[in-house]
Design a protein around this ligand. Sequence first.
Ligand code: GTP
Ligand code: MG
Length: 232
Amino acid sequence: MSDYIKFNEAVYTQSAPSIRECPPEGGLEVAFAGRSNAGKSSAINTLTGITGLARTSKTPGRTQLINFFSISEKQHLVDLPGYGYAKVPKSMKEAWQRNLTEYLQKRESLVGLVLMMDIRRPMQDFDTMMLNSAIDLEMPVHILLTKADKLKKGPANSTLIKLKQHLEESQVDDLVTVQLFSSLKKTGLGELKTRLGRWLTLPKEEIETDADEMQPNEIEPNESDTPKTDEI
Ligand SMILES: Nc1nc2c(ncn2[C@@H]2O[C@H](COP(=O)(O)OP(=O)(O)OP(=O)(O)O)[C@@H](O)[C@H]2O)c(=O)[nH]1
Ligand SMILES: [Mg+2]
């Protein structure tokens, strides 16, 4: 299914300083959220295979705007500003948190949230708040334990298993999934694509509508003179 999503055709479209300035609703949208420096922008670059599509930085708090990318007219990725950056004044942190919650609540195109946490510091206060906001809204969440390359396989897997158990015990495992991820090593890239493939798959009618809109100068399959093999 994920083959259908052309992640590598993603293009940057625009940045919005707040929910009010976001592009009009339309199609399906997946947002990437997480603490500042968790690896959100890097993950978007790894997912699309386009270096520099989303800006990454060694300086935390770099992505202050809501950045929009389009895979197709009806499939979008959104890089949300990182939360929890220590040097940002408390009032600004709280404003951003309200903004993010408002985005989750109001954005109708949003079909899922990729919540990214550094594997060495998962489930910090703001992460739990974001997760609970999404759960309250019945918004599907896919957690990426990022920078998995920073831990050895054993400790990485045990962090994954512990979090999975926690989600099962909290009875949210139908809505919230989790995986290991590393942009550096491309660990878990296939798993992420499969999940996003499910979220970003358009209802069948819409795919057919797209086909109907084929431009007159596009080449159509040649059905006339050569008989198909199974017709001989
Ligand atoms: N080792 C390792 N480092 C990573 C990985 N992903 C990101 N980084 C590094 O972590 C830092 C932050 O990455 P970003 O992708 O900019 O993080 P962000 O979450 O977008 O940060 P903000 O926009 O500031 O919220 C950069 O120095 C990246 O090179 C990874 O998989 N492994
Ligand atoms: Mg960023």
